[in-house]
Design a protein around this ligand. Structure first.
Ligand SMILES: Nc1nc2c(ncn2[C@@H]2O[C@H](COP(=O)(O)OP(=O)(O)OP(=O)(O)O)[C@@H](O)[C@H]2O)c(=O)[nH]1
Ligand SMILES: [Mg+2]
Length: 348
């Protein structure tokens, strides 16, 4: 941030942060542009502000065209889609939107300045033959996150917490992000189904202790930075002394693409789900359209997912998979493995 920002600008920026509606945000953005000193040093900020104004104006216009739809639900409610929903958490400017950009075909706004993302922004991530919904969120900060953030997170199946290992303020910003979560009684915990992450932060293996709790993977982003390793060591120490929950960690860089594909796999594993295929007797399974069920689900759960009558009249299934021999007869309690193919037989 340039040092010569006027109090008027800062006041308008504060109003923008606090604004709950796109109209109020638009008005505050206009005031920010008006109050921004106009000289060579602020040309980039002026251009960014104009871009944000144009985007916000589009949003206001869209709302006007469908007032009924807007009345029904607030802007921060994201409808779940795909096989599961993962929220993207983290302090300001840590690269949350850039990660969503790298993992999906969506183009959420990325900015050099903090508080670029102001509303939840869903995007679909492809993982092999399934789609996972990522929700890019505004930054987490003790004093500066909007109060509705906790509501926006509700219902998610897991979270990634992006931290910026190129930023000297990483410890303070991480603390401010955790303070927001603590304030809202939101906890994060180790995702038991994750198989791919080699590193971990902290040692406190406490189970989730609040109504709102998420299996979480920490993403150390901007890891191409020369001093990333040093900051990660400091982060490790701080994690221990602060008593934060033990969480897995992977290092990524949106700039070099490092570990982005590993992150994709981890996100799928975070969900703790299995993909199972069905085949009608004597025919081939359609491997492009899996049933996606909670890990630990059984052959009977699959039968119910196919149709309630098939579930009610389940007799047995033939299974092909990693843990069975081909066409093995299995009963209702057979626990499904990712990639299983089942031929379900019922009295129906
Ligand atoms: N060096 C480096 N910069 C990155 C990387 N990923 C993102 N950035 C930059 O970091 C800045 C912030 O990126 P965003 O994706 O907007 O961050 P954010 O966390 O969504 O920011 P807010 O929405 O404001 O909280 C931008 O200038 C990005 O280009 C990375 O891997 N390495
Ligand atoms: Mg963002």
């Amino acid at each position: 941030m340039p040092a010569n920002l006027t109090p008027e600008y800062l006041e308008a920026e504060e109003r923008w942060r606090e604004a709950d509606t796109p109209e109020d945000k638009l008005e505050a953005l206009h005031d920010m542009l008006r109050a921004l000193p106009k000289h060579k040093g602020t040309e980039k900020m002026q251009a960014e502000l104009r871009k944000r104004i144009a985007k916000m104006r589009d949003q206001v216009e869209k709302q006007k065209r469908s007032p009924a739809a807007i009345k029904r639900k607030p802007d921060w409610v994201v409808e779940k889609q795909g096989s599961g929903q993962i929220i993207v958490l983290g302090p300001p400017n840590s690269g949350k939107s850039s990660l969503v950009n790298s993992l999906t075909t969506a183009e959420p706004e990325v900015g050099e300045y903090p508080f670029t993302t102001t509303l939840p922004d869903p995007a679909m991530m492809e993982y092999e033959n399934v789609q996972v919904q990522l929700v890019d969120l505004p930054p987490l900060h003790r004093d500066m996150s909007p109060g509705w953030m906790a509501d926006a997170m509700r219902g998610a199946d897991g979270a990634i917490m992006a931290l910026d290992v190129a930023d000297d303020d990483i410890l303070d910003l991480t603390e401010a992000a955790f303070a927001f979560l603590a304030d809202k009684n939101i906890s994060l915990y180790w995702p038991e189904h994750l198989q791919s992450a080699a590193e971990s932060l902290g040692s406190d293996d406490s189970p989730p202790d609040s109504v709102q709790s998420y299996p979480t993977l920490v993403v150390a982003n901007k890891c191409e930075d020369e001093e990333a390793q040093l900051r990660l060591q400091l982060l490790q120490e701080m994690w221990e002394t602060s008593g934060y929950p033990r969480l897995p960690l992977i290092r990524t860089s949106c700039y070099s693409g490092n570990n982005i594909e590993l992150l994709r796999t981890c996100i799928w594993q975070l969900l703790g789900k299995v993909r199972v295929y069905t085949r009608p007797p004597g025919r081939k399974a359609d491997l492009s359209a899996p049933f996606v069920l909670k890990s630990g689900s059984t052959a009977l759960d699959l039968a119910h997912a196919i149709h309630k009558d098939i579930g009610a009249q389940f007799r047995y299934a033939k299974a092909w998979g990693k843990n069975t021999f081909d066409a093995q007869h299995v009963g209702p309690d057979y626990v499904l493995t990712d990639g299983d193919i089942l031929e379900v037989h019922s009295d129906n």
